[in-house]
Design a protein around this ligand. Structure first.
Ligand SMILES: [Zn+2]
Length: 127
C-alpha cells in the first residue's frame, strides 16, 4: 500500500491529502463526523482500514471527532514537534496516512483521547 505523493494527490481531495500526507489539521468543527452518533465503524480514507467503532467515540468538545480507543494494530505513533512541544502523532499502519494526535486527557478506562481529523475518516453505518 505504498504510493507516491503524486499518486495520492490523484485519489484524495486536496484537504485529505494535506492531512494524510503532510500531517495537516482540519479546522475544528469542520467535519460532519463531529456529531455522528449512529452505530457503525470509522475507516481510513486512504486505504479503507477499519480504525474505530462508534462505541469508542465520545464527545470531547474539542471540535474534532474523538475516540478513547482504537482497534488493535491499526496505528503507529511517533513524536512530532510541529507546535514547538512534543506531541504523539499517529498514522495508519497500512497506508502511512496521518490521522491525528493522542492526548492523555480522555475518559476512563483508557484515559486516552485520539483526536482525529474527520475528513480522513469514512463512516459506515451498521444496520
Ligand atoms: Zn490507511
Amino acid at each position: 500500500m505504498k504510493k507516491t505523493n503524486s499518486e495520492w494527490a490523484k485519489t484524495l481531495e486536496p484537504e485529505q491529502f494535506l492531512i494524510l500526507r503532510e500531517e495537516g489539521t482540519e479546522m475544528p468543527g469542520s467535519s460532519d463526523l463531529n456529531d455522528e452518533k449512529r452505530k457503525g465503524s470509522y475507516h481510513c480514507v486512504g486505504c479503507d482500514q477499519k480504525l474505530f467503532s462508534s462505541e469508542m467515540k465520545y464527545d470531547s468538545g474539542s471540535g474534532w471527532p474523538s475516540f478513547f480507543q482504537s482497534f488493535e494494530n491499526v496505528f503507529e505513533t511517533k513524536t512530532d514537534h510541529l507546535q514547538g512541544y512534543p506531541r504523539t502523532e499517529y498514522h495508519c499502519i497500512k497506508c502511512g496516512g496521518h490521522h491525528g494526535h493522542i492526548f492523555d486527557d480522555g475518559p476512563k478506562p483508557t484515559g486516552k483521547r485520539y483526536c482525529n481529523n474527520g475528513k480522513v475518516l469514512t463512516f459506515k453505518e451498521e444496520k
